[in-house]
Design a protein around this ligand. Structure first.
Ligand code: ZN
Length: 309
């Protein structure tokens, strides 16, 4: 594979509170603002509390999910009296950290999230971007205690709906399990370490270090599974089965239990073997998702270095 080079990556945005009750990011950003962290070596750092109203109320969002507001269509559509707060806030964030797709956009946008699912330390990438994939590889090589995994989407930039799509490069750091509205030091430490390693990678990259290519593994979405529901009332009729609960990333085989109905019956996994993730994520009940099913893929990375002037 041919080596690739990119211009220096000198501007990074660290965002927390995009979902106002995901506490690691809220407190990492507040602490950085308190300590006035705005530069580390060659990297200038902008810290942002993305959804301050939701953070104040300690809720995911006030009117609509901010992390679904960053498509080109939503960022450029008309604003009226009935436009939700989060959509207005998305415009502000796009003006501050973007504009999305422009030369002025920050070089890397790192958005800090928590999940109630037992996902451990996870990066979410919305495109197969060499910079983000190399940072993932670096974090994986440096963080030895928990497994570090990546979920890989491949969404065109114009349709990418999440905050990090505003940066030239970007990803979500998703760490769990942590109940929404709760702070756990172990989860906080993992999120902070991954963020610090991302900035460390940028400094090394800017100073001329070459990073070897190689292979990384990731998980791509096959389909999402909803809870079994009563066809008349639409109420859920089952919970995640105890054998699936907390077993994110553990391969599901045909016949493995996935739900336990309230009348005591077991619902089994059907079809091909797949990896479940975001199992029983609190915020996905409203999205009618009990868990995602994914398959594991391997991505080959080119070696990478900074482009000389
Ligand atoms: Zn979130």
């Amino acid at each position: 594979m041919e080596p690739v080079s990119f211009p220096p990556l000198s501007r990074v945005a660290i965002c927390g509170g995009t979902h106002g009750n995901e506490m690691s990011g809220v407190y990492i950003v507040r602490e950085m603002q308190k300590q006035k962290v705005d530069q580390k070596g060659s990297v200038s750092i902008t810290t942002v509390l993305s959804n301050p109203r939701a953070v104040d109320a300690c809720i995911r969002y006030t009117e609509t999910d901010l992390n679904r507001c960053f498509t080109d269509a939503l960022l450029s559509g008309p604003i009226t009296d009935s436009t939700p707060y989060e959509l207005r806030r998305a415009r502000e964030l796009n003006a501050q950290l973007g504009p999305k797709g422009s030369r002025e956009a920050v070089d890397l946008l790192c958005d800090l999230h928590n999940t109630t699912a037992n996902m451990g330390m996870c990066l979410i990438l919305y495109s197969f971007d060499w910079i983000s994939l190399h940072i993932y590889k670096y974090i994986q090589s440096k963080m030895t205690s928990p497994p570090v995994r990546a979920i890989l989407f491949d969404i065109p930039s114009s349709e990418a709906y999440s905050l990090e799509s505003v940066g030239k490069h970007g990803f979500t750091i998703e760490v769990g399990p942590q109940p929404h509205g709760v702070l756990r030091a172990d989860i906080f430490n993992m999120a902070k370490e991954a963020m610090d390693l991302s900035i460390e990678w940028l400094q090394k990259f800017n100073s001329g270090s070459a990073f070897e290519g190689g292979e990384v593994e990731g998980y791509t979405l096959v389909r999402s599974v909803d809870y079994p529901r009563d066809p008349t009332t639409n109420d859920i009729t089952a919970a995640i089965h105890p054998q699936l609960q907390d077993n994110d990333f553990k391969l599901l085989h045909k016949g493995d239990p996935v739900f336990q109905s309230f009348s005591g019956e077991t619902v089994k996994h059907e079809g091909e073997d797949l990896y479940p993730l975001f199992v029983n994520e609190c915020a996905y009940y409203e999205k009618k998702i009990a868990f995602h099913l994914t398959k594991k893929i391997t991505v080959t990375l080119p070696s990478i270095s900074v482009k000389a002037d």
